[in-house]
Design a binder for this molecule. Structure first.
Ligand code: GLN
Length: 467
C-alpha cells in the first residue's frame, strides 16, 4: 500500500464517521500532497522515521498557514504564523497530518462539551462523552480515523480521554517536549503528549518530539533516550498503588476490580506491590484549579479582540470605546467555562486574596511535590485507575440543571492531576472494559502509571509489560 492510498482510506473513514464530530479541519489536499512526496522519498530510500504514519493534531497546536482555534470562537479566522516545535519535528520525519481535532475550549474540560464546535461523541457509545480536553484526538484513534494523535495534558487531558476511549495516552515529564507553538492554558502544567493504539507508537512519537528547543525556556536539555528501545531494570520492582483507587466506594466497582487484577498479576510476576495513601489527595483538585485558573487568566488576557481572531461588532465605534470593544469581544468570544475560569483566576490573583489563595496553593503544591518525591524514594512506579468512572453520559456533568453540582466534572480528574501538579511523567493504558451488569457495560477502562521525572523509558517499558 502507498502513503497516498493510506491517506485516501483514512479520508473515506473520516467522512463515514463525521457524526462523531472529531475533526474541525480535514487537510485533505495537504495530506494527499504530503503522501505523494513521501511515496517518492520511500522509493528513493530517503524517507524519515515516520514515513507512512498518519496523525491528527489537537486544535491547540500551531501549524503554519493553518487556522488554529483552541475550540474557541475568539480565535475565529486566526491563522498560525509558525509551526509548533513538536509538530515540526514530526513533519521533519515525514509524518502526514490529516487534520485538526476538536477539543474543549482552551483545553478546559473533561468531556469535550466545552467546545465551540460542539461535543465529540465516544465511538464506544455515541451517547457518552469521549473525555477531555483532547476528546477529538482520542476518538480519532479509537475509531481508526488516523494512526495516532498529538494532544495536550494540563491536568489529565491526554490520559483521561485515552482511558474513556480504550487507547494509550502519554503525558511526559514537564519540560520534556517544547511548548513552543502550543496555545497556553496553564504554562507551569501544560505538556504535549501522544495518543496512540499502542505504547510503542506513543514511545516513538515522544522520542521524536522530545528535547531541547531554544524557543521554550522551560524545556529540559537532558538528552532524549531511545524510548522505543527502553527496557525494565533486571530486578524485582517496587510498585505503589493508590489505596483509594482500589478501595474507595467513589470508584466504579469494575474499575476497582480491573485495577486489583493488575496488582495481582504484578505480584505473581515477583514484584513488590504495596498500597499507599497520598495524605494530600483532597488538596490536589483545589490546588490544581486555583493555580491553573490563575495562570489561565493571565495567559488568556492576550485575546482582547484586537490582536487575534474574533472582534465584536457591537462595541461603540465612533468615538471608539476601547474598553467596550475588549469587554464585548471577550464576552462574546469566550464560552461559559472559560469565562468562569478567567474570573476565578483573576479573583485568586487579586490584591486582597492573593495570599489567601494563590500563595497558599503554591505552598501546597510544594508540599505535594515533597510528598511525591518521598514516595518515589521507595517505589519505582505509582499505579492507580486513570479515572474513577468510565465515560459518562453527554450532559450528565455539565452542571446546567439547577440542582447540579458544578464541581462534579472536576472530580473526573482526581487521579490524573497529581502528575501535572508535580510535573512527573504518566501514562494511561487500556485495562479491559466495564463488566458490571448495569449502566455502561462494555465501556473502556484505563490504568494509570506514574514514574519519577525523566523516567519515561522505564514508564514505557512497564506499560508495555502491563498492556
Ligand atoms: N479536565 C482538566 C481541566 O479542565 C484538565 C484539562 C487539561 O488537562 N487540559 O482543567
Amino acid at each position: 500500500i502507498t502513503c497516498r492510498q493510506l491517506v485516501e482510506q483514512y479520508l473515506a473513514r473520516i467522512d463515514a464517521y463525521r457524526h462523531l464530530n472529531v475533526f474541525t479541519d480535514v487537510y485533505d489536499t495537504d495530506a494527499l500532497q504530503q503522501a505523494v512526496s513521501i511515496d517518492q522519498k520511500i522509493a528513493a530510500g530517503t524517507a524519515g522515521r515516520l514515513a507512512g504514519m498518519v496523525i491528527g493534531i489537537k486544535d491547540v497546536l500551531s501549524y503554519a498557514g493553518h487556522g488554529v482555534r483552541a475550540g474557541s470562537r475568539i480565535l475565529d479566522g486566526f491563522t498560525a504564523q509558525f509551526t509548533a516545535t513538536a509538530v515540526q519535528r514530526l513533519l521533519d520525519e515525514d509524518v502526514i497530518i490529516i487534520g485538526r481535532q476538536n477539543c474543549d475550549e482552551f483545553a478546559m474540560g473533561s468531556s469535550n462539551e466545552n467546545s465551540s464546535f460542539g461535543p465529540v461523541l465516544n465511538a464506544a457509545d455515541p451517547n457518552r462523552v469521549p473525555g477531555g480536553s483532547s476528546g477529538g484526538s482520542a476518538v480519532a484513534v479509537q475509531a481508526g480515523l488516523c494512526l495516532a494523535s498529538i494532544g495536550s495534558d494540563t491536568g489529565g487531558s491526554v490520559r483521561q480521554p485515552a482511558a474513556f476511549c480504550g487507547v494509550v495516552g502519554l503525558k511526559p515529564t514537564y519540560g520534556r517536549i517544547s511548548r513552543w507553538g502550543l496555545i497556553a492554558y496553564a504554562s507551569s502544567f501544560d505538556c504535549i503528549g501522544p495518543i496512540a493504539n499502542t505504547v510503542d507508537d506513543a514511545a516513538l512519537l515522544l522520542e521524536i518530539m522530545a528535547g531541547a528547543d531554544e524557543f521554550d525556556s522551560t524545556v529540559s536539555n537532558q538528552p532524549v533516550s531511545a524510548y522505543t528501545q527502553a527496557t525494565l531494570p533486571n530486578r524485582p520492582l517496587r510498585i505503589a498503588y493508590l489505596r483509594d483507587g482500589v478501595e474507595s466506594t467513589g470508584v466504579d466497582p469494575s474499575i476497582r476490580e480491573a485495577t486489583q487484577n493488575k496488582i495481582s498479576s504484578l505480584r505473581e510476576a515477583g514484584h513488590t506491590v504495596e498500597p499507599v495513601d497520598i495524605s494530600l489527595l483532597n488538596y490536589l483538585l483545589p490546588t490544581y484549579y486555583i493555580l491553573t485558573t490563575a495562570e489561565a487568566s493571565s495567559n488568556l488576557s492576550r485575546f482582547d479582540g484586537v490582536r487575534y481572531g474574533y472582534r465584536s461588532t457591537s462595541a461603540n465605534a465612533s468615538p471608539l470605546d476601547l474598553l467596550s470593544l475588549y469587554k464585548k469581544s471577550r464576552t462574546e468570544g469566550f464560552g461559559v467555562e472559560v469565562r468562569k475560569r478567567i474570573l476565578l483566576g483573576t479573583f485568586v490573583l487579586s490584591a486582597s486574596y492573593y495570599d489567601a489563595y494563590y500563595t497558599k496553593a503554591q505552598q501546597v503544591r510544594r508540599l505535594i511535590r515533597q510528598e511525591t518525591e518521598r514516595l518515589f524514594e521507595h517505589y519505582d512506579f505509582l499505579l492507580s485507575p486513570t479515572t474513577p468512572t468510565p465515560a459518562f453520559l453527554l450532559g450528565e456533568k455539565t452542571g446546567q440543571r439547577p440542582d447540579d453540582d458544578p464541581l462534579q466534572m472536576y472530580l473526573a480528574d482526581i487521579f490524573t492531576v497529581q502528575a501535572n501538579v508535580v510535573g512527573y511523567p504518566s501514562i494511561s493504558i487500556p485495562n479491559g472494559t466495564n463488566t458490571g451488569s448495569g449502566d455502561g457495560q462494555g465501556l473502556p477502562i484505563g490504568l494509570q502509571l506514574m514514574a519519577p521525572p525523566f523516567a519515561e523509558g522505564a514508564l514505557i517499558a512497564m506499560a508495555k509489560e502491563l498492556a
